[in-house]
Design a protein. Structure first.
Length: 320
């Protein structure tokens, strides 16, 4: 194992919240000192194409090419292919724009030539001029599967069926990551987690974004060994999630939908929890749950505010 390098940061990342955090982090740290380790449990195949929504959301955001209204997909996108697909009676429930489709074509072609997901991800991020290290958590397939709460015998469904087709409007009984037991961390993942001066758990859904990252064999143990320098940013603010179903999922899966519930989920492998000013009253309860609370403004409504949050997050375990 190489000794930690104080200036380097590894970030465990899901989609939109993580991408905004990383965008702020890159304003306070050199891109070459940052590794983003990204969830692939949302990945799926549609029209025969390998789609990696979280990797692409991070890539487009950091390249300044994200659609600001949705938080996913490209800015200035056109929809000619999707429109024609719909006319043909094809699958148009998952909105793939023309520019975005080119990326999926490229990824799929390179995978069919034998390139691993981490190799293609490196090629794509270089093509967008990104200088951070962008890594999928694994090159092996991991599929997040959702069991709806109703009816009692509901079969498992695919994550994007739950998230997009059903607009995460149904209650969840269980979440499972198919394939994770045998998945290997992608090259560079464990080394980044071992050697980073600070590891940040981004403000992403703890179950479906951070879960498939932390549960890859070796990751939780690596974090737990160096828990003092692992800091998480709560995705729950004022008892709910800023975006997406994290708050509802916490309730449905039997956890308290608050920063205290997040602390109970993360305390084993992270020492410090950054919580929003509006949750100040819960700071003592976060400490009782085993994490040191740091109270600040966590709403990333601009890159400047995201940068301020990133700085506070790093200082929380590094000292200012
Ligand atoms: N999310 C939606 O709610 N509707 C969509 O049609 C949709 C399309 C889409 C296309 C490419 C991409 O990279 C992401 C896309 N997302 C869409 C977002 C994505 O599925 C989810 O936000 C993540 O999987 C959850 O992190």
């Amino acid at each position: 194992m190489t000794a930690p390098r104080a200036e380097t940061v590894a970030v465990l990342a899901g989609g939109v919240g993580a991408a905004r955090f990383l965008n702020g982090l890159l304003r306070v740290r050199r891109p070459a000192d940052v590794a983003a380790i990204v969830n692939v449990g949302d990945d799926f195949t549609l029209h025969g194409l390998h789609i990696s929504p979280d990797l692409d959301t991070v890539t487009y955001t950091l390249a300044g090419q994200i659609n600001p209204e949705t938080g996913w997909g490209r800015a200035g996108e056109t929809w000619r292919v999707l429109t024609e697909l719909g006319r043909l009676g094809g699958q148009d429930w998952f909105m793939l724009g023309d520019l975005d489709l080119a990326l999926h074509l490229f990824r799929t072609q390179r995978r069919s030539e034998g390139a691993s997901l981490s190799q293609v991800t490196g090629e794509i991020s270089a093509s967008f001029g990104l200088e951070l290290r962008l890594l999928p958590i694994s090159d092996d397939p991991i599929q997040t599967r959702i069991t709806p709460a109703e009816p009692a015998d509901a079969p498992e469904i695919d994550f994007q069926d739950y998230f997009v087709a059903q607009r995460h409007g149904i209650a969840v009984r269980a979440v499972r990551f198919a394939g994770i037991e045998t998945a290997q961390p992608a090259p560079g993942v464990l080394d980044s987690l071992d050697t980073a001066g600070v590891v940040v758990v981004a403000p992403s859904n703890p179950f479906v974004s951070i879960g498939p990252v932390v549960e890859v064999p070796g990751v939780r143990a690596t974090l737990s060994r160096r828990r003092d320098s692992v800091v998480a940013v709560s995705p729950i603010v004022g008892g709910t999630s800023i975006k997406g179903p994290a708050g509802a999922m916490m309730r449905e899966l039997g956890h308290e939908p608050s920063v205290v519930g997040i602390a109970r989920l993360y305390a084993e492998f992270a020492s410090t929890l950054v919580i929003d000013d509006s949750d100040r009253d819960l700071a003592d309860a976060v400490a009782d749950a085993g994490m040191t609370p740091v109270v600040t403004d966590t709403i990333m409504s601009s890159p400047e505010r995201a940068a301020a949050l990133a700085r506070t997050t790093l200082d929380a375990v590094n000292g200012p």
